[in-house]
Design a binder for this molecule. Structure first.
Ligand code: HEC
Ligand code: HEC
Ligand code: HEC
Ligand code: HEC
Ligand code: HEC
Ligand code: HEC
Length: 428
């Protein structure tokens, strides 16, 4: 339970910084906002920053159970909720719906009963945050009428997919070319066989052959001759040796490399469902990925934020309950694992470097079962460090270094020009 509060708390804090900034921007506009009050419940729907902050909060905290339209997911669709309820009511409901129900509020009791008395979780949000969520709900109701503005951020989500699609397309072409080539070969062989048999017939019927010619024309195909031929034997041995060498070479070079490694996990947890369809932020579960070296694997408590309500009866979810009852963590099988001699830090890459998870982990949001997408070899790390320019913008730490680099060199200021290929950076 403590983890539950902490994780929502951490989320709320990040987003509140965003929301507070935009909230300040809104005060001067309050007067004109009043004109819209009748239709929008007095919410600042024109302030893009507030709507955006609300959007993020909604997606991370509410979208698993609510749509901003009229569809029922777990709870009711929230379209029109600002007209249905007062702002004051909504704020107390979102902070603690159970308290509102217990206070005897008729609307609260009615909606609670209507949805089979499923308790909605409490959210420790500030007023500004709740306002931003409600504003987002209001704005998406009006945006639904102007489809051009809807879903622009949804479209970005699978962005990294492009590269792999292109590779897939090339692979597809190669397959087709190969099949065509094989077909052409078969046709050639058949034609050749036909031609020989026609020729043979012609010679046998229309020419008087001497004994020697007759033998040659009508000779049987003798496999043992091929088998006994020295040239053929040497060739076969040679091919065999080359294949063997190639295999041992690959295995030797591949020791410790587990690209594509996809173990079976103890619970059928799907990233495609959670991170893809339900758009739960990676950071919601991998809570330390922007802050520390390790990304962390979520504890069962994080699952319970939602699964204390959702799909309780599913046998897969029951496994989470059992793990908690036993007081033991779920034993996920580790997929990515660098040897101890190397040092890799997530926050350096995600927070400072601004690199997307998908660049290294592939299209996780499309994987039912996670597999290792990149080779994680030293060569892989170094290639990227050679090619990738540093994300220096707005990072005061780099100002002096950029100046220094520009005065001494013409090339891009890459990770490696900042020492990112020095052995000691990655080896203890
Ligand atoms: C785990 C599921 C769940 C999550 C997460 C959730 N809700 Fe709910 N919500 C419900 C359910 C279920 C109801 C219906 C009332 C009940 O059973 O308590 C509800 C009701 C509501 C209502 C009342 C609707 C009405 O018509 O009166 C509002 C408003 C609301 N939720 C807002 C939110 C907001 C905002 C968030 C995110 C900060 C959120 N909810 C997150 C499950 C959830
Ligand atoms: C609802 C929680 C949740 C969300 C959201 C989530 N993950 Fe995960 N992730 C897990 C769990 C649980 C595991 C361990 C089980 C597994 O490997 O499937 C995991 C495993 C992983 C692994 C493999 C770890 C290993 O063992 O090496 C990677 C990589 C990963 N997640 C990346 C992501 C990325 C990228 C996103 C966002 C697009 C994301 N996750 C969103 C819960 C989540
Ligand atoms: C933010 C909310 C949220 C969190 C956190 C979350 N889930 Fe889910 N999970 C869902 C939703 C929504 C579904 C889809 C339910 C449906 O299909 O009706 C789901 C479905 C599932 C299913 C499929 C159940 C079935 O039988 O269809 C499994 C298994 C599952 N989750 C495991 C986990 C595990 C393990 C964790 C913790 C690492 C976790 N979930 C965390 C929201 C969440
Ligand atoms: C620059 C490449 C890179 C990026 C970007 C990256 N990862 Fe990783 N990730 C790795 C490597 C390498 C490992 C293996 C680390 C190890 O074994 O010490 C790893 C391991 C993990 C693990 C397993 C647990 C752990 O910390 O070892 C999870 C979960 C994970 N990453 C999630 C994420 C998420 C979520 C993001 C985006 C927010 C992300 N990663 C971005 C390279 C990356
Ligand atoms: C997709 C590109 C990419 C890959 C792959 C990648 N890195 Fe990086 N790495 C970066 C970038 C960009 C930075 C610079 C971040 C910053 O400080 O601005 C960086 C910085 C670092 C630093 C700090 C360097 C310094 O000068 O302080 C270390 C250490 C590091 N990476 C280790 C690794 C290791 C180990 C791997 C492989 C397991 C790896 N990286 C894979 C892009 C990558
Ligand atoms: C950007 C990070 C990075 C830098 C810079 C780097 N390495 Fe590595 N190195 C790794 C990683 C990650 C591994 C483990 C992956 C593997 O075994 O391929 C590794 C593995 C090794 C290994 C063990 C190979 C094996 O097969 O077990 C040696 C030895 C090594 N590095 C030496 C060096 C030397 C010497 C330098 C400097 C010239 C250097 N490394 C620079 C990341 C780095």
């Amino acid at each position: 339970m403590f983890a539950l509060v902490v994780s929502f708390g951490a989320y709320a804090q990040e987003a509140s910084e965003q929301a507070e900034v935009s909230q300040k921007g809104v005060v001067p506009g309050a007067a004109e906002g009043a004109a819209q009050a009748a239709s929008t419940g007095g919410l600042p729907v024109d302030d893009a920053a507030i709507v955006e902050a609300g959007d993020a909060l909604f997606k991370n905290n509410c979208a698993v159970c609510h749509s901003a339209g009229s569809d029922v997911i777990v709870g009711p669709g929230l379209q029109g909720v600002n007209q249905r309820r007062s702002q004051e009511w909504l704020h107390s409901w979102i902070r603690n719906s159970q308290a509102l129900i217990q206070s005897g509020d008729a609307d609260a009791i009615a909606v609670y009963n209507e949805y089979n008395k499923q308790a909605m979780p409490s959210f420790n949000f500030t007023d500004a945050e709740i306002t931003s969520i409600l504003t987002y709900i209001e704005a998406s109701a009006s945006a639904a009428a102007v489809p051009a503005t809807v879903g622009s951020d949804v479209a970005q989500a699978p962005g990294e997919g492009v590269g792999s699609d292109a590779i897939g397309a090339v692979g597809g072409y190669l397959d087709i070319v190969l099949v065509v080539l094989i077909l052409v070969l078969i046709v050639l062989v058949v034609t050749l066989l036909l031609i020989t048999s026609v020729l043979k017939n012609y010679l046998n019927t229309n020419r008087k052959l001497n004994e020697y010619d007759n033998e040659v024309v009508n000779q049987r195909f003798d496999f043992s001759k091929i088998y006994k031929s020295k040239a053929v034997r040497t060739l076969v041995v040679l091919i065999f040796v080359v294949v063997l060498l190639d295999l041992t070479w690959d295995t030797a070079m591949g020791i410790g490399i587990q690209e594509g490694y996809q173990p079976k996990q103890p619970i059928a947890f799907s990233h495609k469902l959670h991170a893809g369809e339900h758009q739960i932020d990676c950071n919601y579960c991998h809570t330390t990925v922007y802050k520390s070296k390790s990304a962390s694997i979520p504890s069962a408590n994080i699952c319970m934020n939602c699964h204390s309500q959702i799909k309780k009866e599913s046998p897969e979810i029951q496994k989470i309950y059992k793990a908690i009852e036993r007081g033991q963590p779920i034993e996920w099988v580790r997929i990515h694992n660098l040897p101890d001699l190397s040092y890799f830090n997530h926050s350096q890459h995600t927070q400072v470097g601004g690199i997307e998870c998908q660049t290294c982990h592939g299209p996780i949001q499309e994987m039912d079962v996670v597999y290792q997408y990149s080779p994680l070899t030293m060569g892989w790390c170094i290639d990227c460090h050679r090619e990738t320019p540093l994300n220096t913008e707005g990072n005061g730490y780099y100002d002096k270094l950029v100046e220094l680099h520009e005065s001494s060199s013409k090339g891009a200021f890459t990770v490696s020009s900042n020492g990112g290929t020095e052995c000691s950076k990655c080896h203890y």
